[in-house]
Write a protein that binds this ligand. Structure first.
Ligand code: PBG
Length: 331
């Protein structure tokens, strides 16, 4: 007689109601953070060709976008500034009148506590050479000189009204430097999100369009080597020791193993950044008719959540929050 299987895993997959009940993971709008690009000296929102559906906003339109984000119930926004003038030391990042600091103030006012206002703390949008730090005479990126500037940027962003500062520059010691600077001016309330395991990735390509990056060359002397997993965990541990309130892995999709290991090793919240290239791949493939756009978005996000991310930075934040509110499942 044929031995019929006793273990029937299909049993719980038979109907949508069963599948919904036994789903191990899901998402909610509060776990989504929307990156936003605010560009100086434009009067209308401008599309970003490499990221269909994503815009650069004039500061005048920011309050309206924050309103939409708050209405969608998402957890926060991450602001990036696109200045008109750049220089060797990224002066626009420390200037209270710099585009990013002005944007933080506008967003904080518009949000009025309904979502968190987060700001990218890095120099690459503000330097004429496009590196995340300042350069030494030999052209290398000077870690410790950059830390002194980061410390001033941290204070400027805190004064502008940011709730969380996103340390994305990958300089050693950046968390400790910014924490000390903030505490010294009485801003122990401002939280630090460390982009701990930030890999030197081709998936940032469309972002560099979005911020009109001037970089030539690459960031391999400070961002992580994609070949290294354990080192990503070590970076996260180091940042936690320095006082990071939240650690992050970036990009998300190609680094889910690192994400899961950081989650296992971390006592602070762990987030992931689904970056511009991850977004662009799905949008362009969907536009070409070769992939089901909404299912692909849902599956990519669910994978990041399943690997353990407690919040996800994603350019789809508002749209997906809408799906979740309508009670749709992601996969
Ligand atoms: C650096 C920064 C980058 C991204 C976020 N912060 C670019 C880089 O390191 O080259 C990339 C985000 C994305 O690709 O969506 N300020």
């Amino acid at each position: 007689m044929t031995a019929f299987p006793v273990q029937r895993l299909r049993r719980l997959r038979g109907t949508p109601a069963l599948r919904r009940l036994v789903a191990e993971h899901d998402l909610s709008p509060r776990r989504l953070v929307l990156p936003l690009f605010v560009k100086e000296a434009i009067t209308a929102a401008q599309p970003i060709a490499s990221m269909p559906g994503v815009m650069q906003y004039p500061i005048e339109q920011l309050a309206e976008v924050v309103e939409q984000a708050a209405a969608a119930g998402i957890g926060g926004i991450m602001l990036f500034g696109v200045p008109t003038v750049r220089d060797a030391v990224g002066s626009g990042a420390t200037d209270p009148d710099g585009i990013l600091n002005r944007a933080i103030a506008v967003a904080a006012r518009a949000a009025s506590g309904r979502l968190t206002v987060q700001a990218d703390l890095c120099l690459d949008e503000f330097t004429d050479h496009g590196h995340c730090g300042v350069l030494a005479n030999d052209g290398s990126v000077d870690n410790d000189a950059s830390l002194e500037i980061y410390a001033r940027v941290a204070v400027a962003q805190a004064e502008a009204g940011a709730d969380i500062l996103g340390l994305s520059g990958m300089m050693d010691g950046q968390v400790a430097a910014c924490r000390a600077a903030l505490d010294a001016v009485g801003r122990s309330d401002v939280a630090l999100l460390a982009y701990s395991a930030k890999y030197a990735s081709a998936f940032y390509g469309p972002f560099r369009d979005a911020v009109e990056s001037t970089l030539t060359g690459d960031r391999r002397t400070y961002q992580l080597d994609p070949a290294n997993g354990r080192e990503g965990v070590r970076e996260a541990r180091a940042d936690i020791d320095e006082g990071a309130d939240i650690v992050m892995v970036k990009p998300a999709g190609p680094y889910l193993d690192v994400l899961a290991e950081v989650v296992a090793a971390s006592e602070v919240p762990v987030w992931a950044y689904q970056v511009s290239g991850e977004y662009a791949m799905v949008e362009h493939a969907a536009a070409a008719g070769v992939i089901d756009r909404e299912r692909a978005i849902g599956e990519a996000l669910l994978g990041i959540r399943r690997a353990g991310a407690e919040a996800i930075l994603t350019y789809w934040a508002i749209e997906v929050a809408g799906w979740l509110r309508d009670g749709r499942s992601l996969a």
